[in-house]
Ligand binder design. Structure first.
Ligand code: RIB
Length: 294
C-alpha cells in the first residue's frame, strides 16, 4: 500500500511563554525556536517513521527548502511537492508552561494547491492506496472526489475545523477528530459526541483523541476500542495528534490489528509531547518499540 499524504507544510515559529498573551498585552517570551511543521508534513513524517511508504504532495514557497529536506531525511518521497514563488505557510505558536499551545496559521502556498496539481498527482495512485488529508490546503473536495473515483481509501483529519462542513467527509474511510471536532461535525448534539459522530458518518471508522484520557476507535454499530493515554511529562503538545494519526495509519498499513495500531499511536504521541517542536519531536519506530518493550 502506497500512502499519499496531500497536505500542508509550515515553518513553525515557537515561543515559550510564561502564559498565553492577553488582549492589549506585550510580553517577552522565554525562548524561541523555528522548526518544521504543518499537519501534513508532521503526519507524513510520522507515517514514514512508523514504517509506511509515503509520498508527500503539496506546495512550498521560496522559503521551503528546510521542509523538503526534513521530509527527505525522514524517508518521505517528495516528487509531488511543488515549489511556488512567494512565501510558504508558517505559524506563530505560543507554548505555555503546561505544554499547551495557541497557533496563528498563515497558509501561504498551502492555499495554492489547484485542480491541475490534484489531478496530476492522483493519477499516480489507485486502488489499495491510502490518501491522508487535513484541512490546511486548498482544493480538498476535488482531491477527495478524485481519490474515491480511483478507489483509494481516505483518512481525514478535519482540522482546523472551520470550513470542513463544506467538504464531502462522507467519502472518508477514517476520520481523526478530537472531542470538540466530533461534537461540531455531528451538529453539536447533547450527550455522547463519539456516538453522535458515528451516527453522522456511518461508513467511516472514527478515531476520537481525548488528550490525557487517550483515544477511542468507534463506528456505527461496531464495538468501541479504548486506548488510555501513556503518561509522560508534557513539554509541548504541538503535533501530538499528527504523530498519533501517522503511527496509527502506518501500523494499519503494515497489517496490524486496530488494538495494536492504537497502542503504537499512543506510545508515539506520548514520546512526542515530552519533546519540543512538532516534526522534530516525532519518534522513530525503534524508539516506540523500545518504550513498549517489543
Ligand atoms: O498539528 C500541529 C501543526 O499545526 C503545527 O506543526 C502547525 O504548523 C499547525 O499546522
Amino acid at each position: 500500500m502506497k500512502v499519499l499524504s496531500f497536505g500542508s507544510l509550515n515553518l513553525d515559529y515557537i515561543y515559550k511563554m510564561p502564559y498565553f498573551i492577553r488582549p492589549g498585552e506585550t510580553l517577552a517570551c522565554l525562548s524561541r525556536e523555528v522548526a518544521c511543521g504543518g499537519k501534513g508534513l508532521n503526519q507524513s513524517i510520522a507515517l514514514s517513521r512508523g514504517g509506511a511508504e509515503v509520498y508527500h504532495a503539496g506546495c512550498i514557497g521560496e522559503d521551503g527548502a528546510p521542509l523538503r529536506a526534513m521530509l527527505q531525511q525522514a524517508g518521505v518521497n517528495t516528487d509531488y511537492l511543488r515549489e511556488l514563488p512567494g512565501p510558504g505557510g508558517h505559524t506563530v505558536i505560543q507554548i505555555n508552561p503546561e505544554g499547551e499551545n495557541c497557533i496563528i496559521l498563515y497558509p501561504g502556498t498551502n492555499a495554492r494547491v489547484d485542480a491541475a496539481q490534484a489531478e496530476e498527482t492522483l493519477s499516480r495512485f489507485g486502488e489499495g492506496d491510502l490518501l491522508v488529508l487535513q484541512n490546511e490546503i486548498s482544493c480538498l473536495a476535488d482531491i477527495m472526489r478524485l481519490a474515491k473515483a480511483r478507489s483509494m481509501k481516505i483518512a481525514m483529519n478535519p482540522s482546523p475545523i472551520a470550513g470542513t462542513e463544506k467538504l464531502p467527509l462522507e467519502l472518508c474511510d477514517w476520520l481523526f477528530v478530537n472531542e470538540e471536532e466530533a461534537r461540531i461535525l455531528s451538529g453539536n448534539p447533547q450527550g455522547d459526541a463519539v456516538e453522535a459522530i458515528t451516527r453522522r458518518f456511518p461508513n467511516a471508522r472514527i478515531i476520537v483523541t481525548l488528550g490525557g484520557k487517550g483515544a477511542v476507535a468507534a463506528g456505527a454499530g461496531q464495538p468501541r476500542l479504548a486506548q488510555p493515554a501513556i503518561p509522560t511529562t508534557a513539554v509541548d503538545t504541538t503535533g501530538a495528534g499528527d504523530t498519533f494519526e501517522g503511527f496509527f495509519l502506518s501500523r494499519i498499513a503494515a497489517g496490524c490489528a486496530e488494538e495494536d495500531a492504537l497502542l503504537y499511536a499512543a506510545q508515539a504521541a506520548s514520546i512526542a509531547v515530552s519533546r519540543m517542536g512538532a516534526a522534530p519531536s516525532i519518534p522513530k519506530l525503534s524508539e516506540v518499540e523500545a518504550a513498549l518493550g517489543k
